[in-house]
Write a protein that binds this ligand. Structure first.
Ligand SMILES: [Mn+2]
Length: 386
């Protein structure tokens, strides 16, 4: 059957606040609208972490901003509505895309949008996008030799517990996140708000070697956090299941902190280890999660990672310049004979080069400048200069 599959990963849209790193609304919606004009059957796969629920704040009744760790279905719904307000343009493009009955959107669930497992969240997204039967939610997509999944299941500290997706807290059902996700909510979001631009800079070793202050802050935070996780939280919050430290991870966490290694582990290597005997079952594997472009071609199978759509920069250590990373997507074609061909395409965006020294002096100015260059307007209620 003749058909096309498009894979876009790690968009990570949030509420347009300091903890939202997605600003390429214009480019992404233009790409989706271009796809919407095609007549042939088309599966648009949003390959996980499309929404950054984890870093998205919640506004309580009095409008007070919090980052709650007990995520009920209602909190996830509220967050989805904030993201809709902050990134309406992308939602409108998706809506246009599914107007054709042969066009499907498949939201793969990632570790930043685990909230998509809530049925009312799925229903609300279907309502926002129209043509409900063409909006699907999955952990993995497998069709005609093409296997697409986010990939966090091959990352020891980010993997989800499929046997226990929910926890009960004070009689209410909440999401059961991985230890790393609970840690992120608990402690590191305050640091992220102090340095909203820095988390966009890669690779981390280059950033750390040029910026002493952040190394000190991060080490201090990590050490305090790990001590609290071991010696204080389990007792202070005895009846709170979100503070349970999984014993099996202790060694891994200790190792990472000791080596100051918080980059996502090599998920491709662990995937190959876990799946190797079956690798030949599929022709093409597409992953996300790791924000890096990756291509591994073999005679029988190919593994691809197209990289993220959030605003990220490559730090060139010698010139101390920051270059905006390219926005890629995977285009897969299946012909009448079920032959699979693929390519990674780059969507053109014109961005200027920033100087690292200028950025660290005034992160907010460059956050705004980046948004301006991408044509993104922050939602009124969350403008970063406020
Ligand atoms: Mn991820």
């Amino acid at each position: 059957m003749k058909k096309e599959i498009i894979v876009i990963g790690d968009v990570e849209m949030g509420a347009g606040t300091l903890t939202d790193d997605f600003i390429s609304d214009k480019a992404l919606s233009q790409l989706i609208i271009m796809l919407s004009k095609q007549e042939q059957p088309l599966d648009l796969i949003m390959n996980g972490d499309t929404f950054d629920f984890l870093k998205c704040p919640h506004f309580g009744k009095e409008g007070k901003k919090t980052f709650p760790r007990h995520i009920t279905e209602q909190i996830s719904l509220d967050k989805l509505n904030l993201m809709y307000k902050a990134h309406t343009r992308v939602f409108k493009a998706w809506k246009k895309f599914v107007k054709k009955k042969q066009h499907y959107i498949i939201f793969i669930i990632g570790n930043h949008d685990q909230d998509l497992i809530y049925k009312r969240v799925q229903e609300q997204l279907r309502v926002l996008l129209g043509r409900k039967q063409n909006i699907l939610f999955k952990f993995r997509y497998r069709q005609q030799g093409v296997h697409v999944e986010h990939g966090h299941q091959y990352d020891l500290v980010s993997r989800m517990n499929f046997d226990k997706l929910f926890l009960s807290y004070k009689g209410i059902s909440i999401l059961n996140f991985s230890w790393v996700s609970f840690s992120l909510i608990g402690d590191f979001l305050a640091l992220k708000e102090q340095h909203p631009f820095l988390e966009r800079v890669k690779p981390w070793p280059a950033l750390f070697s040029l910026y002493d202050l952040i190394v000190k802050k991060l080490s201090f935070h990590s050490i305090v956090f790990i001590l609290k996780s071991l010696l204080y939280y389990p007792f202070r919050y005895y009846s709170d299941p979100t503070y349970t430290l999984p014993r099996t991870l202790l060694r891994e966490i200790y190792y990472r902190i000791k080596n100051f290694d918080w980059e996502v582990e090599d998920i491709i290597a662990s995937f190959k280890k876990s799946k190797h005997p079956h690798l030949r079952r599929n022709k093409l594997y597409v992953f996300g999660h790791v924000h890096k472009k990756y291509v591994e071609e073999n005679t029988d199978w190919t593994i691809l990672q197209p990289d993220t759509w959030r605003d990220e920069y490559f730090l060139e250590q010698n010139s101390r310049t920051l270059k905006s990373k390219k926005k890629n997507y995977v285009q897969i074609k299946i012909d009448d004979l079920s032959e699979v061909t693929w390519q990674i395409n780059t969507w053109p965006i014109i961005r200027s080069t920033f100087h690292f020294e200028d950025v660290i002096k005034d992160e907010l100015t460059f956050l705004n400048l980046a948004a301006k260059e991408e044509g993104y307007t922050f939602p009124q209620f969350t403008t970063p200069d406020q």
